[in-house]
Write a protein that binds this ligand. Sequence first.
Ligand SMILES: N[C@@H](CCC(=O)N[C@@H](CS)C(=O)NCC(=O)O)C(=O)O
Length: 202
Amino acid sequence: MLTIHGDRISGNCLKVKWVAERVGAPWRWVDVDVLRGETRTPDFLAINPAGQVPVVVLADGRVLAQSNAIMLYLAEGSDLIPTDAFDRARMFEWMFWEQYTHEPAIAVRRFHKAYLKKSDGEIDPALMVRGRAALGRMQDALAARDGRGWLVGDRLSLADVALVAYTRVAPEGGFDLSEFPAVQAWVARVEAALPIRPWAPL
Ligand SMILES: N[C@@H](CCC(=O)N[C@@H](CS)C(=O)NCC(=O)O)C(=O)O
């Protein structure tokens, strides 16, 4: 049984749960409250010295952190990872971009606005600029696929899972997804395909 240490408000953590469910890997969840500093306790740092969720403990006791690394491990051999080498590399391209460009703007602005309850004036204005640019890039890529497809190839892949995590909740960060209609339609498609369900009682 896989143990996921995560915070339910975190898209990075939910990604891992969605992929575990999708590939049929039995999992259990241990709640770690980021806002209460539970990623900084000695007990937690003994599991992940980086002091971040998600982190998973495998059935044999091995530990793995970083949401996208965990998803790749869980999805190995599944249809979430393209077999074609170029498509697989394109999936990685989106996943690296998600971590370096998309998440640091969109997830961070959402955290400041929705969870730290900062007013717009207290939030670094660059986050809105960078987040809108990221959504614009996704809009162009998805619109070029006639607004019907996935980010890579002709099926859902980890690129879609990685990017939907914070795109679907971007409005909580003050981003208006109606400006990006192809993105909005893609979010609904990915949510239905995974599927993303309301959190069931644990
Ligand atoms: N690149 C990491 C980011 C992990 C991350 O930023 N985790 C946040 C929650 S989304 C966290 O644990 N923050 C608590 C802290 O830094 O103390 C991943 O994708 O797993």
